[in-house]
Ligand binder design. Structure first.
Ligand code: SF4
Ligand code: SF4
Length: 387
């Protein structure tokens, strides 16, 4: 995983018209086959994007069909597929997995889940100090990566903080929370470049089967791109993704920095020359929103000194119900039919007596909002979610 010169070779693009699984097998073949990725290793870490409890149909998270196909390919090489991923800091990993059905999916498809200590407990992590890093001079990755290949499975979508989230940003989800906090505090764009000096995925397949534009990465607009983009060099893969959605790489701050500091990679395109499938609308990054979001991270340092281990400033703020995208029941429209309670994948989040949502446990998946037959649930907070 670490410190090998990536073979920039081929970047493959394929449409998913015949199904995501078929397209995934095809795109892997187009970049040289899984044997050339595994090179005899006995384990592959699958790193999807499970940023929040919003399923792949929303374009927020990696599709199960892609993970299933990749796991099959890994197993066909005599190796074990292992999933490792932690959602955004404001969300709970087990609750997010429950909403998405990750445990059941992995069990049915022979994928082992590794739950590394998100707080960076020494036993699970190994420190990297990548040469040439400017701000993120040291960070930790799961120790298990020392003996495994890393298969990076991001989603092709926009991001209200980093403008786009593609191959280069996705590995952030395997860093412990304190290191992710450092990345936000020190400047996310430079830190993404620095992180990629230490983490070089053995294969990246960007899931554009749906994707999102606008106010991604959780509540943006579904993009319905029907495409997968794969390759060994994350920057090259991201540049091709930008071309597919009509975005100039220089408008994405971390890609601009990567091009300036790492140089433009070269590659040969395989598969389909799709042109621009959909011109993406980039998020409107309001300065105040960006500042408030950023502020959560430096404030987290003193907060974690006094709070219980595992508690963070962002989760505390979300728990107040005053910030973030959140469902709210309107008493005057609610008939107390109970559909929202039945729909919510988590226990005891909605109280039908008081019509209150417990924001300490609510993971903001908005399934209740989508299910309410009376349209009695509104969505509060800054997002692209429909009101
Ligand atoms: S689904 Fe809608 S109408 Fe029914 S109890 Fe929930 S909020 Fe009220
Ligand atoms: S209350 Fe609604 S948004 Fe919150 S976890 Fe339950 S279904 Fe998801």
């Amino acid at each position: 995983m670490v410190a090998i010169q990536p073979d920039t070779g081929t970047i493959a693009v394929t449409r998913t018209f015949d199904g995501i699984e078929a397209a995934a097998h095809r795109v892997i073949e187009q970049v040289g086959g899984m044997e050339s990725v595994m090179r005899g290793a006995k384990m592959a870490i699958l790193k999807p994007n499970l940023v929040a409890g919003r399923n792949a149909a929303s374009g927020s998270t990696t599709s199960f069909a892609l993970m299933k196909a990749v796991a099959e390919e890994v197993r066909a090489c005599g190796a074990e597929p292992v999933l490792c991923e932690t959602p955004g800091t404001e969300f709970d990993r087990d609750a997010t997995y429950t909403i998405l059905g990750i445990d059941t999916f992995c069990e049915e498809n022979g994928i082992r889940i590794i739950r590394v200590d998100p707080e960076g407990g020494e036993q699970d992590w190994v420190e990297l100090q990548p040469e040439g890093a400017r701000r993120l001079r040291r960070f930790r990755v799961p120790r298990i990566l020392e003996e495994a290949r890393l298969i990076n499975l991001p989603v092709l979508k926009t991001h209200v903080v980093s403008t786009m989230t593609l191959g280069m940003k996705n590995p952030m989800g395997i860093l412990p929370r304190p290191d992710r906090r450092s990345m936000h505090t020190f400047g996310i764009d430079q830190c993404i470049v620095d992180m990629n000096r230490g983490i070089r995925p053995d294969l990246t397949i960007v899931d554009g089967s749906i994707g999102q534009d606008g106010e991604g990465p959780v509540y943006g607009d579904k993009a319905d791109l029907e495409v997968l983009v794969a390759g060994r060099d994350s920057l090259a893969v991201d540049l091709v993704c930008c071309a597919v959605v009509g975005v100039r790489p220089r408008d994405i701050p971390h890609l601009k920095l990567a091009l300036e500091q790492m140089g433009k990679p070269t590659w040969t395109l395989a598969g389909e020359d799709t042109g621009v499938i959909k011109k993406f609308r980039l998020p409107q990054q309001k300065t105040l929103y960006r500042f408030i979001f950023w502020l959560m991270f430096p404030l987290d340092y003193p907060y974690t000194w006094i709070a219980k281990r595992g508690k963070h400033f962002s989760t505390m703020l979300y728990g107040t119900g005053l910030v973030g995208t959140r469902p709210q029941i309107q008493e005057d429209k609610c008939t107390r039919c109970g559909v929202c309670v039945e729909t919510c994948p988590l226990p005891n989040v909605i109280d039908l007596k008081t019509l209150k949502v417990n924001y300490n446990t609510c993971q903001r998946c908005l399934l209740c909002y989508e299910a309410c037959p009376e349209k009695a649930i509104s969505v509060k907070g800054y997002s692209g979610a429909r009101q």
